[in-house]
Design a protein around this ligand. Structure first.
Ligand code: SF4
Ligand code: SF4
Length: 222
């Protein structure tokens, strides 16, 4: 920026001179009182009478976690540890176990899954990191316990939150691929991700939905 342009953008503010009236501070006090009176007269009360009146939370409110179940009522989690790795508060502890032979759609499942709800900062990073939409945060905000250990939510308790909230319109079950999470559909997925089938020269490639890429360039419609 040139020196002239820089000077043009500078606005000098001179300190106003106080006259006799201003130096008594009466105008400033009157102005302050006017603002206070305006709030007393105009403003509706904003205090909510909780717990008699429950708050209306936004749909993206992040409360107590749940572990989702798949269509066979199994825990959807595949014990990949992504959530525990992403968690900035280090409050998820998972012990993985090899999946039984009758579960060919996964290698592992969580033998134990413990989430410390007191330590959690409800940032939602675990939800974002989970590749199979197994962990989600719900609208539940009023969790209580008589001891610290009551708020260490284990696998059964987290599955219990799912059972409580699965039919609640505030907590729709979210999946990014079909009815099930991608891990459950592992056998049906192509060996390579769809992006690998698009030549580098084709700049028109666009992901329309998860797993579907459309191109209109050199390769034509896929
Ligand atoms: S919401 Fe954030 S802090 Fe809480 S468990 Fe998930 S990643 Fe950790
Ligand atoms: S990221 Fe999802 S699948 Fe992986 S361990 Fe966490 S909850 Fe389970």
């Amino acid at each position: 920026m040139s020196q002239t342009a820089k000077k043009k953008n500078v606005r000098w503010v001179e300190e106003p001179e106080l006259g006799f009236w201003e130096s008594t501070f009466v105008p400033a006090i009157m102005q302050g009182l006017k603002t206070t009176l305006k709030h007393v007269v105009d403003r509706k009360p904003v205090t909510q009478q909780y717990p008699e009146v429950k708050p209306e939370l936004p749909l993206h409110y992040r409360g107590v976690h749940r572990l989702n179940r798949d269509e066979k009522d199994r825990v959807k989690c595949v014990a990949c540890m992504m959530c525990a790795t992403a968690c900035p508060a280090n409050c998820i502890t998972i012990e993985a176990q090899a999946a039984p032979p009758e579960w060919p759609d996964r290698d592992k499942f969580p033998k134990s899954f413990v989430l410390d709800e007191l330590r959690c900062i409800y940032c939602g990073m675990c939800e974002e990191a989970c590749p199979v939409d197994a962990i989600e945060l719900t609208h539940i905000y009023d969790l209580t316990g008589e001891s610290r250990s009551d708020l260490l939510y284990d696998r059964e308790k987290l599955l219990g939150v799912y059972d409580r909230t699965r039919n609640d319109a505030r907590d729709p079950v979210r999946t990014r691929r079909g009815v099930l999470g991608p891990a459950s559909e592992f056998q049906q997925l192509p060996a390579l991700g769809p992006a690998t089938g698009v030549p580098q020269s084709d700049r028109s490639a666009k992901a329309e939905t998860a797993g579907v890429i459309r191109t209109t360039g050199v390769e034509g419609q896929r």
